[in-house]
Design a protein around this ligand. Structure first.
Ligand SMILES: *Cc1c(COP(=O)(O)O)cnc(C)c1O
Length: 379
């Protein structure tokens, strides 16, 4: 049976051109970038070229980019690193109610340590209101975090407006850009970001490799202590092959971005218009226009999302509810509750995310099979 992948927001296959340029750094050019000998210098050069390329892609300086293991590390580093460096200033952090677990969990941990966390509500479309950011800021605020786009419902947040507010107040602004880097234009100055996280496997690069942007002069304590790799900001032997892969993946995305955005938007809009035409009792979640080109998210009345995913999987179609359910607990997603979706609908969620290798035939297949499946599960 041919399988169809509709879960690009969870992870994307690596582009073969990425793996190709990575390979030498695991075999012939395997040196430790910290070693002063020829093998080391070769790996070091590759790392620094990759850093330059990534920095250029997001409008940053090379010394503002550190390579790490991914966005979970980047978000943890930002939360713990800023809170530790601002101990004397205050203990108030503002985050949106729809942040990824990798940002929400460290914030929750800090709350247990006595930090005050303000969770910004979102509209029915999943939008944060910049005015509410402005109103939430106090003299004690040490960090604001709002994601560039939500991984579940695909809403693109008004991050640039929020960044202008935090900039005026001199408060560090963290932007989780995992769903946007490589997919839509990302520029740290336009977003007003002081910290920005990305992850290579979300844009056709290798898993376990990411980058953290830290604006010059931002005071942040290192998260991993040990050697002085990455200028002391991230100890551990540097992953030259991984950095080269991340940079290559991003270059490929940027080289063809407007075309990929157009293709994916066209397929996405087919899903968003055709599914409600063919199936009754369905709502679209997320914003209609301020939306990732590759995200379509639905909630079906009187259908269990888990059962729907299983039916799809049996037919070789791999999609998602948008978030991993807490094992067996069947709790609806906190993102869907945050947008005010009634419990019953939140249980019938379906996220369809497309990517570089999604074809018209894939979309047609889903459009053809989904109505029977929903009908079957309701009947
Ligand atoms: C996937 C994802 C992460 C985590 O990235 P990893 O590199 O897999 O740890 C963080 N934030 C968002 C929005 C994501 O989609």
């Amino acid at each position: 049976m041919q399988r169809i992948y509709f879960d690009y927001a969870s992870t994307a296959p690596a582009d073969p051109r990425v793996i190709e340029v990575m390979q030498p750094y695991f075999y012939t050019q395997f040196g430790n970038p910290a070693s002063p000998h020829a093998f080391g210098r070769e790996a070091q050069k590759a790392m620094e070229d990759a850093r330059q390329s990534v920095a250029r892609s997001i409008g940053a300086q090379p010394e503002e980019v550190i390579f790490n293991s991914g966005a979970t590390e980047g978000n943890n580093h930002a939360l713990f690193g800023i809170s530790r460096s601002c101990k004397d200033k205050g203990r108030h952090i503002i985050i949106s109610a729809i942040e990824h677990h990798s940002l929400e969990a460290p914030a929750g941990y800090l709350a247990k340590e006595g930090y005050k966390i303000t969770y910004l509500p979102v509209s029915r479309e999943g939008l944060v209101d910049p005015q509410q950011v402005q109103d939430a800021i106090t003299n004690e605020t040490i960090l604001v975090a709002v994601m560039h786009a939500n991984n579940e419902i695909g809403t693109i947040e008004p991050v640039g407006q929020i960044g202008r507010i935090t900039r005026a107040k001199g408060i560090p602004f963290l932007v989780d850009a995992v769903q946007t880097v490589g997919h839509i234009p990302v520029n740290v100055d336009e977003l007003g970001a002081d910290l920005l996280t990305m992850s290579a496997h979300k844009f056709y690069g290798p898993k376990g490799v990411g980058a953290l942007y830290i604006r010059r002069k931002t005071k942040i304590v290192s998260f991993l202590l040990g050697g002085d790799q990455e200028k002391g900001r991230r100890a551990s032997t540097q992953n030259a092959g991984g950095a080269v892969g991340l940079a290559k993946a991003l270059e490929l995305c940027l080289g063809n971005m407007s075309q990929e955005m157009a293709t994916q938007t066209r397929l996405r809009d087919q899903l968003l218009t055709e599914i409600p035409k063919r199936i009754t009792g369905v709502v679209i979640n997320g914003h209609r226009t301020s939306r990732l080109p590759n995200n379509a998210h639905f909630a079906f009345e009187k259908v269990s999302g888990e059962s729907l995913l299983m039916s799809l999987d049996l037919a070789g179609i791999c999609a998602s509810m948008g978030s991993a359910c807490k094992a067996g607990a069947m709790e609806p997603s906190r993102i869907l509750l945050a947008i005010g979706l009634p419990d019953e609908l939140a249980h019938g969620a379906l996220r369809v995310t497309i990517g570089r290798w999604t074809t018209q035939a894939h979309v047609d297949c889903l459009l053809e099979r989904l109505p029977q499946m929903v009908k079957g599960l309701r009947g």
